[in-house]
Design a protein around this ligand. Structure first.
Ligand SMILES: NC(=O)c1ccc[n+]([C@@H]2O[C@H](COP(=O)([O-])OP(=O)(O)OC[C@H]3O[C@@H](n4cnc5c(N)ncnc54)[C@H](O)[C@@H]3O)[C@@H](O)[C@H]2O)c1
Length: 424
């Protein structure tokens, strides 16, 4: 099939590459000239495992453009993967989607379908269909296909999805989208077809539920510290209950990224417009925002509220491992707070770059002049670090925001170790 993908970010690029691997011809369109130019020259704008190799393998099936050129007709499927940020007032900004839709309407020459992968408010895709129908006599049917890939494992998630949600109004469109996914040889139970509104709600409800789990375990971890319980033991007990499940029960310094913070806030706002107060999700947001201050307080208590001129070595900038994405990363919030209090920070991250902090490319060097260490992201590379490096820390103290060294008996090396959910 000839497929045109709009918005070549984390979702759009991953989807394009995977669809090319499945045998389709993909035109990747992004209005960011620099990004497209880089991609044309083989420079990949994001870090995501397996992406580089797959682009290379499928380069004949991928074209990168900044606009839908008149010569690029004969499109069977359009896919929308542009950003849908949440505005300050909680509303979802869908402006980019309308930009794309107008481009499609102005260029389409035959009936085809539009798959919307961007996360949009409940009811939006129905409105979009009405908008399209008033602007063109062509049949351009909208399918809502919210994306569930996770940054850090985007390629594997796309190619082996737990479920594909397809919200639809038209049998023609459903048939086409199933044809697009056919090479994946999915099992029947991996495909859930539903109406447009329900598919949109599934996306928001999923992300909000996961955010709730993280905030829940973070709150329980705080209480563990006060009651002399050990969160790692508590987690083990919780996880053995199949009703609770084994995932999203790691406590830490809170969730970040481009999805959970924005989608929880958007859902609260959507509910408010229907005079419903989502108390659980509001609390999850509040607990998440408080988590970084809770961790900061551990640091301040150790230093008796004075960290001015202390030098912090900080491991991990990305909002989670295996991505270079800094959007809403807890590390950045922490760095800003520490800097406001007069601290110096020297950071290391395998892939993420943050130009407002001094960053070194060699992990060992960040210990050279540091007073203490903070872990902000749980990259695997940090878990095996040589403990001898810690001895260089002048104040012999580690604040582990991701509990990655909880089993390393650091006290034996004369180090003071603070983590989350375990009393010292
Ligand atoms: N990042 C994730 O892990 C993830 C997972 C599931 C769903 N989503 C959703 O998918 C959507 C995209 O997320 P993302 O993280 O890939 O965003 P992103 O910011 O990484 O990429 C969006 C891209 O769209 C481009 N764009 C904006 N307007 C455009 C236009 N008019 N024409 C062409 N390109 C345009 C931007 O230049 C940018 O490159 C969002 O709705 C998000 O909520 C994201």
């Amino acid at each position: 099939m000839n497929i045109c993908v709009f918005g070549i970010g984390y979702v759009g690029l991953s989807a394009s590459i995977c669809l090319a691997k499945l045998g389709h011809n993909i035109i990747c369109i992004d209005k960011d000239f620099k990004k497209i130019n880089n991609l044309k020259n083989g420079v990949i704008p994001i870090f995501e495992p397996k992406i580089k190799e797959l682009i290379k393998e499928n380069k004949d099936k991928l074209t990168f453009e900044t606009s839908l050129d008149k010569n690029l007709q004969n499109i069977d499927i359009y896919i929308i993967a542009v950003g849908t940020p949440t505005k300050d007032n909680g509303e979802v900004d869908v402006k980019s989607i309308y930009e794309v839709i107008d481009t499609i309407i102005n260029n389409a020459t035959k009936n085809s379908i539009i798959i919307n992968k961007s996360t949009v408010p409940i009811g939006f895709n129905n409105k979009l269909q009405d908008y399209i129908n008033t602007k063109t006599s062509l049949k351009l049917d909208v399918i809502s296909n919210p994306e569930f890939l996770r940054q850090g494992s985007a390629i594997d998630d796309f190619l082996n999805p737990e479920r594909i949600i397809l919200g639809y109004n038209s049998d023609f469109a459903l048939k086409k989208v199933l044809e697009m996914y056919k090479p994946m040889q999915l099992k029947e139970e991996q495909i859930i077809t539903t109406d447009l509104n329900s598919s949109e709600m599934i996306k928001y409800a999923s992300n909000s539920f996961l955010a709730l789990k993280i905030s829940f375990i973070n709150e329980i971890s705080k209480l563990c510290e006060k009651t002399n319980a050990n969160i790692e033991q508590v987690k083990k007990g919780l996880m053995s209950d199949s009703r609770i499940g084994k995932k999203f029960l790691n406590c830490g310094i809170g969730y970040g990224g481009s999805c959970f913070p924005k989608d929880t806030k958007a859902l609260v706002n959507i509910a408010k417009n229907h005079n419903i107060e989502l108390k659980t999700i509001k609390s999850a947001i509040e607990a998440n925002e408080a988590q970084i201050d809770y961790f900061l307080q551990k640091i301040l208590s150790f230093y008796k509220e004075n960290i001015s001129n202390k030098t912090f070595a900080l491991l991990g900038l990305a909002f989670k491992p295996n991505t270079n994405d800094l959007r809403e990363a807890p590390s950045i919030k922490l760095i800003n707070k520490l800097a406001t209090l007069g601290a110096n920070i020297i950071a290391y991250d395998p892939k993420a770059r943050y130009d407002k902090v001094k960053q070194l490319n060699n992990i060992a060097q960040i210990f050279d002049n540091a007073d203490c260490l903070i872990i902000a992201t749980e990259w695997d590379e940090f878990k095996d670090i040589d403990i001898k490096l810690f001895k260089k820390l002048k104040d012999k103290v580690i604040f582990d925001g991701r509990n990655i060294f909880k089993n390393r008996n650091l006290e034996e090396y004369g180090l003071k170790y603070f983590c989350v959910g375990k009393n010292e």
